[in-house]
Design a protein. Sequence first.
Length: 337
Amino acid sequence: MTDRAKLRHLGLDLPALPTTTVGSLPKPPDLQAARAAYARGKLSHRDLDAMTEEATLFWLQRQDEIGLDILVDGELYRGDMVAYFADALEGMTLGGLVRSYGNRYYHKPIITGPVRWVEPITVGWWQFARAHSRKPVKAIVTGPYTMMDWSFDEHYPDRRSACEALAAELRKEVAALVHAGARLVQIDEPALSARPAELPYAIEALRALTDGLDAYFITHACFGAFETIYPALLDLPTDNLDLAISQSAVDWIEVFGRHPFTKDLSVGVLDVHTHRIESPEQVATRIEHALRLVGRDHLWISPDCGLKTRTVEEATAKLRALTAATARVREALAATP
């Protein structure tokens, strides 16, 4: 089954060059203050959830108004992408703060015993978003290889065993999302190219995570030297690879020329780590370059990573440039025989 055929099978009628965002969106200042108050015991969980729901609705409406084709819940209930899942799994605890990048820190998880999924972690938030959207909503789960790589392991005998255990338990979360109706599921694996020799771990883990589940799967990877794991990267059992390569110094036309890309490609066309707002012309140029990598039927458009580090105003302006540029390119493609 081709990727387009699979989307139709799942009831998803998407336009050419589908637009979406990677997952995380900026928390409005009042929600940031509420999360800090909750951490100090000054706000109840119910009140925090109510404010998170309000912020989620804001971003669902904003994404729709901007014109994105596939929406996300914004991950406004999450802090760090790894610590959030680790905190919900038995056998994992949160350690001290470590630097992620820049001035961003997270509590590095520690695997202290057998990892076990206890109950749905993201399903309720995905259902909330889906119930308040007229467009498809993508579910997003942090992948087992990244969970393993970004944690200390004090229980399993080796990294492969830890990765396998995490895959087996996170599959239960993915299965719960699919059972709830999620048809687009993104697995975040930014650590994919950290240790090229371990790519087989990630491939095996993703297969354990997705095999037999009726959904269109996207694997998102960023911050990586993907050329070090290409073309083996194509062995990942996923329908779509979301790669931050639009501004890479690597000549991906030459790389793909040697080993043709065989999946759908989501290409990051916005730099989420700068305050600078790209113009629609700049973004359109990046999209046109990406069209030289894969055909129009296989290209998706997104930022290069989550937008949580930007302000609400910056994220909005960047996404407006993305959809405006995509509209221009679509119009040009429609005029091309």
